[in-house]
Design a protein around this ligand. Structure first.
Ligand code: SF4
Length: 342
């Protein structure tokens, strides 16, 4: 299928399917390379549903690259709160400042030049260059890799990454590279899914060598950890509810500089004051978390830490860079903007 009528037919069928079936996602309504860049960074290792919750609000606050470059990092993190992998937000912010300072505020137009930006990898460069600038360069993310492997009949052992990339480049439609790349990603996300691919409705099944799944590599087992946090609230002078949060040190390996509920030890984490139990997954670890409501007197007995603690008005929490776990807990406890107890 590397050349000739079969390849032509493959591209035609895939693009027609994409034109008729593509999901209406907010970042697809724009060809602005900056908007595509933001969406691609948000989508890394994150579900589309979670990105949908954050993308529009982020773009309303930072509609152009210079708005993002001029913002304080704390505010960028606040708008990222809940998406996780905060290093992405920091690198995006730094790269925007780099473009504003060193490149006159305009993104470079080719995948090769885009690699000069901090934190922008090969896949993201190809996505920005092909969708935003029409450069004929193939994007290979996890979805595309799976589609190519199945089209060719290559499992993990019989097809190397280099073979997959070369095959993706040969398949690319040079007349509509941005749409073609998005079509391959969309096929992988909605039809050629990891488990139970929907081959019967697949637009390219006639040229597919697999028409099904390859045996999956063994999944890494998840680790389990337990953690306990304190929930302290009070009414401010203006009778607005406030909650106590703790600042993660800048030297922390995970989520430095973010705010979270104060962590507590077993002496405070007793059954009588437990208000919530939940599971929260970060990479390969499941955290089994309990949250305990403490009163003002118990606050004095909180473990001594070098980290600072501060009271925050609940109605302003969505402008504070809090961790995803704390955000989840505060929403469940109705101590988050729009979720407050009546
Ligand atoms: S026929 Fe099945 S396995 Fe092949 S590309 Fe389509 S969905 Fe994937």
């Amino acid at each position: 299928m590397d050349s000739g009528p079969k390849l032509h037919e493959f591209r035609r069928k895939l693009l027609r399917w994409f034109d008729e079936n593509a999901r209406d996602l907010p970042w697809r309504r724009s060809r602005d390379p900056y908007a595509i860049w933001v969406s691609e960074i948000m989508l890394q290792q994150t579900r589309v549903a979670a990105v949908l919750e954050h993308y529009t609000r982020f773009m309303e606050r930072f509609p152009k690259l210079h708005n993002l470059a001029a913002a304080k990092e704390q505010e960028v993190l606040a708008y990222w709160s809940g998406l996780g992998y905060y290093r992405r937000a920091r690198l995006l912010h730094k790269a925007a400042q780099f473009v504003a300072r060193e490149m006159g505020g305009s993104l470079p137009q080719t995948a090769t030049e885009l690699r000069a930006l901090p934190g922008v990898g090969e896949y993201t460069c190809a996505a920005i260059a092909s969708i935003g600038f029409g450069e004929a360069v193939a994007c290979v993310d996890g979805n595309v890799e799976r589609v190519v492997r199945r089209l060719r009949g290559w499992n993990e052992a019989s097809g190397t990454q280099a073979m997959v990339r070369a095959a993706a480049a040969r398949l690319l439609d040079e007349n509509r590279p941005g749409d073609f790349n998005q079509a391959m990603m969309e096929l992988g996300a909605t039809v050629c899914v990891p488990r139970l691919p929907q081959c019967l409705v697949c637009p390219v099944r006639e040229t597919c060598a697999t028409r099904g799944e390859h045996a999956a590599a063994e999944r890494k087992a998840m680790r389990s950890k337990e953690a306990a946090y304190a929930f302290l609230r009070r009414a401010s002078r203006a009778r607005a509810m406030e909650v106590l949060l703790e600042h993660r040190p800048a030297s922390a390996s995970l989520m430095p500089g973010m705010w979270e509920l104060p962590a507590i030890d077993a002496s405070h984490a007793v059954e009588e004051n437990k208000v919530l139990t939940l599971r929260h997954s970060i990479t390969d670890t499941n955290y089994y978390v309990t949250v305990h409501e403490l009163n003002a007197k118990q606050q004095k007995g909180l473990p001594k830490r070098r980290a600072k603690r501060e009271w925050f008005a609940v109605r302003e929490l969505d402008t504070v860079p809090v961790t995803g776990l704390t955000r989840k807990v505060l929403k469940r406890l109705r101590a988050w903007p729009g979720f407050e107890a009546q």
